[in-house]
Design a protein around this ligand. Structure first.
Ligand SMILES: Nc1ncnc2c1ncn2[C@@H]1O[C@H](COP(=O)(O)OP(=O)(O)OP(=O)(O)O)[C@@H](O)[C@H]1O
Ligand SMILES: [Mg+2]
Length: 373
């Protein structure tokens, strides 16, 4: 590895802001990317992801803040390096190939050098994306997925040190997408570019990124490895962006809140304030009713509470079971691997994995970013 990379980020954004007509759209975004690293910029529609990317690429300009590439400032007060001098590869959702150019000429489009050098690089990339046999074909002779891979080859051809990808897989059907995501990731890693991948799909971000920056309302609200972001969200919205969640609201007294599942710690929350205990559906545990009795409390699961099945659905890998809690009539949803379809009205006992709960101070403000449909 290049020694400089250990200290100098390949791409660094410092306190980037962008207003449109006085409306702040990007509000103090800072990010740092190393060579060979894939960062997923994840967030709901309209939160400012594409605007951030456009400023990095140099096709839009910030209101304030700085962009640095390999220790050199390319955007900032009085500094503007034009897009073509930034060594950035771009791949957007509406990646149009040039219809009148062959696959080879499309890939060679941004390349400099002799004909032979270009031909070699084009062949190398088309082999990487598994399309060498289409070298002399035209775009209309290729499927959507094949065109996507040509677009990737075209973006990578000039060996960009940074790749910016804006929802590059969203035009593909589901089954094609997984394969192309994995292939693309392999190629990006081989090429060693620093990659910023914009997506509003948590699964895509987790599948591809080494690090996720979660964006909301123009700001990065949390960043970290996918595992950490999923398992230690900063707030209810961050938790709910990655999966459906159950929310049990309680009132705090003496740093504790009482629920049907026993007491939960709410450190630092004043008496009388509300907290939300948040739990993903896969972390509910279910047990059978034994003549009105449930299992005894355990350290891992706390107190078990009785509930009646409201509805059960099989959705492939798992079943989703909605329960009506016997105490307050609230509905909780459990996901159970494989097939589990109890009849509505069946009494069951449920508990929650206490190590998988998140306790947050309750906010009455509705989340600006409920998970995208
Ligand atoms: N040129 C512009 N003029 C005015 N408003 C703009 C402009 N470009 C973007 N916006 C606004 O800025 C906000 C953020 O837009 P942006 O395209 O960055 O969102 P996004 O996070 O990429 O969303 P999506 O997931 O839907 O692509 C939006 O409300 C958008 O309407
Ligand atoms: Mg966008």
């Amino acid at each position: 590895m290049d020694g400089a990379n250990l200290t100098t980020a390949r791409l660094e954004i410092r306190d980037l802001c962008r207003d449109f007509g006085g409306r702040p759209v990007v509000r103090g975004v800072s990010l740092s990317l190393q060579a060979g690293q894939v960062t997923g910029l994840l967030g709901p529609s309209g939160c400012g992801k594409s605007t951030t990317l456009r400023i990095i690429a140099g096709v839009d300009q910030q209101t304030s803040g700085e962009v640095w590439i390999d220790g050199q400032q390319v955007a900032g007060a009085g500094v503007f390096v034009p897009p073509e001098k930034r060594q950035i590869g771009l791949m957007f959702q509406d990646f149009a190939l040039f219809p009148h150019l062959s696959v080879a000429d499309n890939v060679a489009f941004g390349l400099k050098g002799s004909r032979t050098e270009k031909r070699l690089r084009v062949r190398e990339l088309l082999e990487k994306v598994g399309l060498a046999r289409f070298i002399d074909s035209f775009p209309h002779e290729l499927s959507g997925g094949e065109q996507q891979r040509v677009a990737l080859a075209r973006a990578l051809a000039p060996r960009p040190s940074i790749m910016l990808m804006d929802e590059p897989f969203s035009g593909l059907d589901n089954r094609l997408r997984d394969g192309i995501r994995d292939e693309t990731l392999g190629i990006l890693k081989e090429e060693g570019a620093a990659v910023l991948l914009v997506t509003h799909e948590p699964e895509e971000a987790m599948r591809m990124a080494d690090e996720i920056a979660l964006m909301r309302d123009g700001q990065i609200v949390q960043s970290g490895a996918p595992y950490n972001i999923y398992n230690a969200p900063v707030d209810l919205n961050a938790a709910a962006f990655f999966s459906d969640v159950n929310v049990i609201t309680g009132v705090v007294e003496g740093a504790l809140t009482d629920t049907a599942f026993g007491q939960f710690l709410a450190p630092g929350v004043p008496d009388g304030a509300k907290v939300d205990i948040v739990i993903r559906p896969q972390h509910l545990k279910i047990d059978f009713d034994r003549g009105g009795k449930g299992p005894s409390p355990t350290h891992d699961h706390g107190v078990w509470a009785r509930a009646l099945v409201d509805r059960a659905r099989f959705i492939g890998k798992e079943s989703l079971v909605d329960f009506r809690m016997e105490g307050d009539g609230s509905i909780l949803t459990a996901s159970v691997p494989s097939v589990f379809l109890p009849q509505p009205g069946t009494p069951l006992w449920i508990a929650i994995r206490r190590d998988r709960c998140f306790v947050f101070r309750h906010s009455d403000k509705p989340g600006p970013d409920a998970p995208s449909p």
